[in-house]
Design a protein. Structure first.
Length: 161
């Protein structure tokens, strides 16, 4: 128990070291004797967070510690990845909103172009009709004679249909 207490006091410092320590027994026979006949010492060492290991159990213990530490790192990485994915999703949602706004602008521009085309077609048709109009009334030479004799009458345009 003296070794267990010494290890617990010297090597387990809250906030500075790991919260547990290993006590290595280099003899499998001593390790077996301890577990077979001194169970209270083994129990007290567990409560003190000092784990007694032998040559054969040391390897398994170290592999377990390594696996736990790897799991902790993976959880930290998973948390980081999850935060990055959430940030990415926020950016994608913002991009989608902006693309929607741009699409509405293009649709409005397309509608405006359609309306402009309708207006230009109407103006072109009206111009064609005006160009095809025949003016009713006397011929230009007769008009000159008439204008000196009386007040001129305004020319009449054919009705546009």
């Amino acid at each position: 128990m003296k070794h267990v207490n010494d290890i617990a006091e010297k090597y387990i410092v809250p906030g500075e070291t790991a919260d547990a320590a290993l006590m290595f027994l280099p003899s499998e026979a001593v390790y077996a004797e301890l577990h077979a006949n001194f169970g209270e010492v083994v129990d007290k060492s567990f409560r003190a967070k000092v784990f007694i290991v032998s040559p054969t159990t040391l390897w398994a213990t170290l592999n377990t510690v390594r696996a736990v530490m790897k799991d902790v790192r993976m959880k930290e990485s998973a948390g980081l990845i999850q935060r990055e994915v959430m940030t990415l999703m926020t950016d994608v949602q913002r991009l989608d909103k902006r693309v929607g706004n741009l699409q509405r602008h293009f649709e409005q521009a397309g509608e405006d172009m359609r309306e402009v085309r309708i207006s230009t077609e109407k103006i072109t048709k009206c111009g064609d009709r005006i160009q095809d109009l025949e003016v009713e009334g006397p011929a230009p030479a007769e008009e000159t004679l008439l204008s000196s004799a009386s007040e001129p009458t305004p020319p009449k345009l054919q009705e546009i249909g």
